[in-house]
Design a protein around this ligand. Structure first.
Ligand code: PLP
Length: 356
């Protein structure tokens, strides 16, 4: 597929200090952009990153009809660039689209647009292990109309951002607060979609958690506040006895994480017993009291694996593996990152390789 390319006149590259990258602070020179009008998407094009002309009546400003994705590209040890499982993200973008009534996008075209964008802005891809190029597709209702109805015009924009290693100071376990006051999603709602509303709905509880010294919130089901859904922007996994347990996706309240799928696939290959099922906070508390919880960790694109050292529930603290990363979490982290950086053979064909 060939896309119309309009190059920027002034690169943003010189303004970036790769020693202090942070997350999502810097943007590369170009975007892949496509517009939906009169019932169809256009072919998409590469354009300079910059201002867009929108009026105050823009649909998404009012009713939040917006979805996004997050994936990463890595400089491969073997040369070129590896984009990790972009097919999964593009497919999930379309599942999110259906949930909030946004017209779906041709997945092959979007993958081609992402590859082209990464190639054009390849100089922005960080060189150090741990760093990466974060890729953020976003789709939003862009007509100007105040009726509460699905928009008739949309923009799809893919931007990229060089980001720091999540673990500059090592793989340190985090402290998580189990939220009993707030909920993120309910059955029949939009919890399975990567839509703006879910992130707006998470901010209040997240701020409460931060004020109290926790890094994220663990969400329980919205009805009984018992079954575990997920953590902040990660899926959650428990190693109880010798079983790897993660909440199932069947209730539609949990995001189907790409890293979650990657870990579950690897765990089965490692010969672990794997269960996707309902798991309540009471079951975790009881197993913890009996010394059966060996490890707890989150999975997500940003950190890959994030060990959970402590969960606070109703004022009581549960500490896991002595606040240290455990062997299971470490093994998943090492295996996944070595595939992403091209250090080992990618037997699952998870990377989409871009030659430079
Ligand atoms: C709410 C939520 N759950 C889980 C995840 C983990 O998903 P993934 O592994 O695809 O990054 C994310 C991050 O995208 C998220 O925002």
């Amino acid at each position: 597929m060939n896309f119309k390319v309009t190059k920027t006149e002034k690169s943003r590259f010189e303004n970036i200090n790769y020693e202090t990258l942070g997350f999502g602070v810097h943007f590369s020179d170009h975007v892949f952009i496509s517009r939906y009008k009169d019932g169809k998407w256009d072919d998409g094009a590469i354009e300079p990153y910059g201002l867009l002309p929108f009026e105050p009546g823009l649909c998404v400003f009012h009713y939040g009809q917006s979805i996004f994705e997050g994936l990463k590209a890595f400089e491969s040890l073997k040369g070129g660039v590896n984009i990790f499982r972009p097919d999964m993200n593009v497919n999930r973008l379309n599942r999110s689209a259906e949930i909030v009534c946004i017209p779906t996008y041709d997945e092959e075209r979007l993958l081609a647009g992402i590859r082209e964008l990464v190639k054009i802005d390849a100089k922005f891809i960080p060189r150090k292990k741990g760093q990466s190029l974060y890729i953020r597709p976003v789709v939003f209702g862009s007509g100007h109309f105040l009726g509460v109805t699905a928009a008739s015009e949309y923009h799809l924009i893919v931007m990229t951002s060089p980001v720091a290693s999540y673990y500059a100071a090592g793989l340190n376990p985090v402290k998580i607060m189990v939220s009993t006051d707030h909920v993120r999603a309910v059955q029949g709602g939009v919890g399975a979609a990567k839509t703006a509303a879910n992130y707006a709905a998470s901010l209040w509880a997240g701020m409460d958690a931060h004020k109290r010294g926790f890094s994220q919130v663990l969400w329980l089901d919205g009805v009984n506040r018992k079954d575990i859904d997920e953590v902040g922007a990660m899926n959650i996994m428990f190693v109880i006895d010798d079983e790897l347990i993660t909440p199932s996706l069947s209730k539609g309240t949990v995001l189907a994480g790409v890293t979650r799928n990657t870990v579950l696939t690897l765990a089965k290959e490692f010969g672990m017993k794997v269960s996707e099922r309902n798991i309540s906070i009471d079951e975790v508390a009881e197993a913890h009291a009996n010394g059966r919880v060996k490890e707890v960790f989150g999975t997500g694109t940003a950190a890959v694996i994030s060990p959970v050292g402590l969960l606070e529930y109703k004022g009581k603290e549960m500490i896991f593996n002595g606040m240290k990363i455990g062997p299971v979490a470490q093994k998943f982290y090492d295996t996944i990152t070595s595939i992403q950086y091209g250090e080992v053979e990618d037997t699952h064909k998870w990377n989409q390789h871009v030659d430079l």
